[in-house]
Design a binder for this molecule. Structure first.
Ligand code: ZN
Length: 150
C-alpha cells in the first residue's frame, strides 16, 4: 500500500480492528518514510450478478438511488435510505455467498422498505415484480394489511 502523502511504496500496519459489525477490517498504517498515518478499510468483495450475466460490485449508493426514486414525494429522509441500504447489505452478505443475483438484492430491499414507507414499497414492488394490472396492486395491498394485523 503506497503512502497517500509521499507515495512511498511501503507502509506498516500499526493497528487493525473490525468495523461495520465484522464486515470490514480497518487498519491504521504508518509510513516509514514521512511518518504520517493513514487508514485503510478492507472488505470482502460482494459481486452482484445482473440478468445479463455481467457482474458489478455491490453498492449501497446504488440501493439508495433505486429506493430514492420510489420514495419521491414521500417523507423519507436520506438517513433512513442509508440505513435501509445498510440493512440490505447485511442481509445479502449474511447469505455467505460472494456472488448474488441482482434479483436477490431487490428481494432484500422489499422487507425493510415495507417497514419504511408503504407507498414507496408499492411503487418499488410494482416495478420489481412487474405488476401488470390494478389487481396486482390490490393483491399486494391486501398482503400489506395482513402483514400489519399479523
Ligand atoms: Zn509517506
Amino acid at each position: 500500500m503506497h503512502c497517500p502523502f509521499c507515495r512511498h511504496p511501503d507502509s506498516r500496519v500499526v493497528d487493525s480492528r473490525e468495523a461495520d459489525e465484522g464486515q470490514a477490517i480497518r487498519r491504521r498504517r504508518s509510513c516509514p518514510e514521512c511518518s504520517r498515518r493513514f487508514t485503510t478499510v478492507e472488505t470482502a468483495v460482494l459481486a452482484v450478478v445482473k440478468r445479463s450475466g455481467v457482474t458489478e460490485p455491490f453498492s449501497r449508493d446504488k440501493v439508495v438511488r433505486g429506493v430514492r426514486r420510489a420514495c419521491q414525494g414521500r417523507p423519507v429522509d436520506d438517513h433512513a435510505l442509508y440505513l435501509l441500504a445498510q440493512q440490505v447489505e447485511e442481509q445479502v452478505r449474511a447469505g455467505g455467498s460472494a456472488e448474488i443475483p441482482s434479483h436477490d438484492v431487490g428481494l432484500a430491499i422489499l422487507g425493510p422498505l415495507q417497514d419504511l414507507d408503504e407507498v414507496a414499497y408499492l411503487r418499488f414492488a410494482s416495478v420489481y415484480r412487474s405488476f401488470t394490472s390494478a389487481e396486482d396492486f390490490e393483491k399486494e395491498i391486501s398482503q400489506l394489511r395482513h402483514h400489519q394485523s399479523g
